[in-house]
Design a protein around this ligand. Structure first.
Ligand code: ADP
Ligand code: MG
Length: 348
């Protein structure tokens, strides 16, 4: 009997799945295995005797209620997605299963969670890449066909505008030319989504590029009564396309500024982190909701009345061509975009 007990206890503890035993009634912890403690950040001692609701483990407490109801009716529940909150307030996306078990006189729960946070991230990244690929193909094939005739039309509008007998309509001509320019700008952005876009990677330093473009960004911010702060730490050279990095910064900074009220500050930083070089752009804006976050980078997705919804798609394209990753951290006091360039992309 003791031997078999030891076997089960070892299996329980060695399982890579997060496992715990709680009381069914109120979710009071009776035991938790090593994986459970590792992933949630709580020690066994911190958990035992407390309920999962007290510990704030369920992001949506209604999920626990739902689980309890199903267990009471059917005795078991399998593969339900739910979000858990770790000790350090990180979110853990889990697929949980639970089984009703009787221990002594008490009705308990064997609760098992598979951590799918990473898997979900990769899935979302793949969907985003798919979308980008499709748009990229369209951009490559029709972008130029639209741009050429537009250039012709704009050119002739300019000629007509300057004719003596069209002086009365000069406002109308100006408006038409402005509209052509705006359409052209959108197409230019759209074109930069082209899948097989060529870029010129050269040895360059992020700090140099940031310093070069800073006056432009600063002027933009000042005109809106907002500030930009730059904090550059020494970072190694990378293989970069300066024009593209400028575009990336412009898009991110523009979004940041647009999200902020007057008087607020946007911070641009560069630093080394582990084996990566990071370009970080942090705003003090209103943050990004979960729903918008999920769609971020989808071409033409915008929440702004006069937005094009291309800025972020372009950013993701640029990052991809540089082998860089974009990480987003957002909340009610602002959003931070980290562009993470792996050092391994340096040549020589
Ligand atoms: P656009 O700026 O033209 O709307 P983007 O692709 O640049 O297109 O951004 C898409 C959407 O993402 C924006 O409409 C906005 O809702 C959201 N967004 C992007 N960056 C931020 C930010 N820093 N703060 C808040 N919302 C943002
Ligand atoms: Mg934008």
């Amino acid at each position: 009997m003791r031997l078999s007990e030891e076997r089960f206890s070892k299996a329980f503890n060695a399982s890579p799945l997060l496992m715990c035993i709680t009381s069914l009634e109120d979710g009071r912890f009776i035991d938790a295995n090593r994986s459970f403690c590792l992933s949630t950040g709580y020690s066994r001692e911190e958990l035992l005797g407390h309920t999962s609701l007290e510990m704030g483990l369920w992001k949506n407490t209604a999920d626990r209620l739902f689980m309890k109801q199903v267990i009471e009716e059917h005795g078991t529940i399998a593969n339900v997605e739910s979000i858990f909150v770790t000790k350090s307030q990180q979110l853990l996306l889990g697929l949980y299963s639970a089984e009703r078990i009787e221990i002594g006189k008490e009705t308990c729960l064997l609760f098992i969670v598979m951590d799918i946070t990473e898997r979900k991230k990769i899935e979302m990244e793949m969907t985003r890449l798919d979308r980008m690929n499709m748009v990229g193909q369209v951009a490559a094939s029709i972008g130029h066909e639209i741009r050429n005739p537009m250039t012709t039309v704009r050119g002739f509008l300019q000629v007509l505008k300057n004719k003596q007998d069209h002086e009365e309509d000069i406002e109308i001509y100006n408006l038409m030319i402005e509209e052509m320019d705006r359409a052209n700008l959108i197409i230019k952005e759209f074109l930069s989504l082209a899948k097989d876009k060529l870029i010129q990677l050269e040895i360059n330093n992020l700090n140099t590029i940031v310093s070069n473009i800073f006056p432009l960004l600063q002027a933009d911010a000042m005109s809106q009564d907002k500030n930009i702060e730059v904090r550059l730490e020494k970072v190694p050279d990378l293989m970069l396309d300066e024009k593209e990095i400028r575009q990336l910064m412009q898009n991110l900074v523009r979004n940041g500024l647009e999200s902020m009220a007057a008087g607020r500050t946007l911070t641009i930083r560069t630093f080394v982190q582990d084996r990566d070089v990071v370009l970080s752009i942090q705003d003090q804006g209103h943050g990004i909701s979960d729903e918008v976050l999920r769609k971020l980078g989808t071409p033409f997705f915008t929440t702004k009345e006069d937005g094009t919804g291309l800025g972020m798609a372009v950013c993701y394209g640029i990052a991809q061509r540089h082998g860089a990753n974009i990480e987003v951290d957002t909340g009610p006091s602002g959003t931070r975009f980290d562009i993470i360039f792996p050092l391994t992309t340096i040549s020589g």
